[in-house]
Write a protein that binds this ligand. Structure first.
Ligand SMILES: Nc1ncnc2c1ncn2[C@@H]1O[C@H](COP(=O)(O)OP(=O)(O)O)[C@@H](O)[C@H]1O
Ligand SMILES: O=P(O)(O)OC[C@H](O)CO
Length: 512
């Protein structure tokens, strides 16, 4: 039998590109937007990225400019083609993945946003979600959406824009406004305003979508007085989302994959079966466990969400959302000037053999899972005369692992399973100190993704499956290679002391 190109492509030092066709994935994250080109063996052939500016106009408020997100996304799409020499005629399909919940409202005629994007971390709508709780809507929201009333989700953000932008309510009543999360905003503009759509995973984060009937829910829309006319159509994650306009890419490849970034990462990790769990350490930190066809209701502060919407089948997921993970490292850099780059954080942590009793709770805009406390605020405690900048940097890095511990602890109790290992990815997973500390806290191995672009890869998979670039899930699993593994090695006594110090600090952050 003749050897196939597939066999030859696996020979060391002899990369054999196959078929000459590729998938492009766009990953529009909170910290940066990226474009990557991958081949059918998951090899990232080229990548380009741009930092996105975040604005904090008031305490707890977080905004980004939708035009900057769009322009930067298009810029990296062009750059990655230029870098790789792979142009639009060789792109079989495009997948889009995005920071979720972040809300854009724009004018149907001009296409111009009527306000900055309100970012998922923003707490400005806490009073609207408090009102929903006071009106007794909490249980309905939970039952229909899997979420709890919280400013995190898009619904209250839309309401705020309609209430606070001059003329917005009248314009929406006249059918002149459109809403979208970042995926929808990108799709709309990349297709030359031809397609106003989102996918089930992104819709499930709006607090307006019924995750059981898979439809926008009239009762929830009425609760926030949001008209259907402004909402996008909801499609599967592997589906037809139109083609990129020729103005942006000459041969206009089809957009056939769309998913929220945490669900794309779940898919990129090949977490296709119930119990399979991943944790992504990006701007925030998000742990998702696939619960299959069962939508598990959390008793311990997690949300239920649509995890995978592909192949005509929905898999639900339990999710623990942590609002500040890598963002804390950016704060050390930008606001305190303690480090000049995130990489410094890795170097500094190694210089200390313990945290010296110092803890940092990054409740900059309250705490997410499992506490859901919008009033908590950040603190650093346990400082002594011996504390220095390394102490604070280490406390910031450790905080990602402690928060993940709390989420995993809740998840195991909700799902009634004990994890054997945790698959991880995201920018901050490059910090080996954090990964080792995480394995020590959890008492199970932490396994890095071999491919640092797991989220983008998930979007690429979804797009590729839709056009037959990959045949099926088995095809995807075959390419999967686990990366570095961190084994737990700390003593039980040290772990118990650290956790007790952390939980004491969390209590203080919550008892303002
Ligand atoms: N070595 C590191 N140690 C700690 N945090 C890091 C490190 N490298 C990157 N980060 C953090 O990771 C985040 C970027 O990760 P990324 O997955 O690109 O985020 P996003 O998808 O949210 O844009 C930033 O907040 C950054 O501070
Ligand atoms: O920007 P990330 O990667 O931290 O992800 C943001 C989440 O999607 C918010 O829910």
């Amino acid at each position: 039998m003749a050897l196939s190109l597939k066999d030859l492509s696996k020979v060391d030092n002899a990369y054999v590109p196959l078929g000459g066709r590729y998938i492009m994935a766009l990953d529009s994250g909170t910290t940066s937007v990226r474009a990557v080109i991958v081949d059918e063996y998951d090899c990232v052939v080229a990548r380009a990225s741009r930092h996105i500016k975040t604005m904090y106009p008031r305490s707890g408020w977080v905004e980004q400019d939708p035009m900057e997100i769009l322009a930067s996304q298009i810029a990296v799409m062009m750059e990655v083609q230029f870098k790789s020499g792979i142009h639009s005629d060789r792109i079989a399909a495009i997948g889009i993945t995005n920071q979720r919940e972040t809300t854009v409202v724009w004018d149907r005629d001009s296409g111009q946003p009527i306000h900055n994007a309100i970012v998922w971390q923003c707490r400005r709508t806490a009073d609207i979600s408090d009102r929903l709780v006071a009106e007794g809507m909490g249980e309905t929201i939970r039952r229909k959406t899997g979420l709890m009333p919280d400013p995190y989700f898009s619904g209250t953000k839309i309401r705020w824009i309609l209430d606070n932008v001059d003329g917005a309510q009248a314009a929406v009543d006249a059918g002149e406004l459109m809403f979208g999360t970042i995926d929808t905003w990108l799709i709309y503009n990349l297709t030359g305003a031809a397609v106003h759509a989102t996918d089930y995973t992104n819709a499930s984060r709006t607090m307006l979508f019924n995750i059981h009937t898979l439809e926008w829910d009239d009762e929830l829309l009425k609760m926030l007085d949001i008209p259907r006319s402004m909402l996008p159509e909801v499609r599967w994650s592997s589906d037809d989302y139109g083609s990129v306009s020729n103005e942006i890419m000459t041969y206009g490849p089809p957009i056939t994959g769309v998913a929220g970034d945490q669900q794309a990462s779940l898919f990129g990790h090949c977490c296709f079966t119930p119990g399979c769990t991943k944790n992504t350490y990006g701007t925030g930190c998000f742990m998702l466990m696939n619960t299959g066809e069962t939508c598990v209701t959390s008793e311990h502060g997690l949300v239920s969400t649509i995890g995978i919407a592909q192949g005509g089948k929905i898999s639900y997921a339990l999710e623990g959302s942590i609002f500040h993970a890598g963002a804390t490292i950016q704060w050390l850099r930008d606001k305190l000037g303690l480090i000049s780059s995130a990489k410094d954080a890795s170097d500094l942590c190694r210089h200390l053999d313990s945290n010296g009793g110092c803890y940092l709770v990054p409740a900059f805009s309250g705490l997410g899972a499992p506490w859901w406390d919008p009033d908590a605020r950040g603190l650093i405690c346990g400082l002594t005369g011996a504390s220095d900048r390394a102490t604070i940097v280490r406390a910031a890095c450790e905080s990602m692992a402690y928060q993940s511990f709390d989420v995993l602890h809740s998840m195991e109790r909700d799902a009634g399973v004990k994890l054997e290992y945790l698959s991880v990815d995201g920018g901050a997973s490059q910090n080996e100190f954090i990964m080792q500390f995480q394995a020590d806290l959890l008492g199970i191995p932490v396994v890095l993704s071999e491919n640092v672009e797991t989220t983008a890869l998930g979007a690429a998979y979804l797009a590729g499956l839709a056009v037959g670039y990959w045949e099926d899930l088995e095809d995807l699993e075959q390419n999967r290679v686990p990366g570095k593994r961190f084994e737990p090695s700390a003593s039980e006594e040290v772990v118990a002391r650290n956790l007790s110090g952390w939980h004491d600090a969390v209590e203080r952050a919550r008892s303002r």
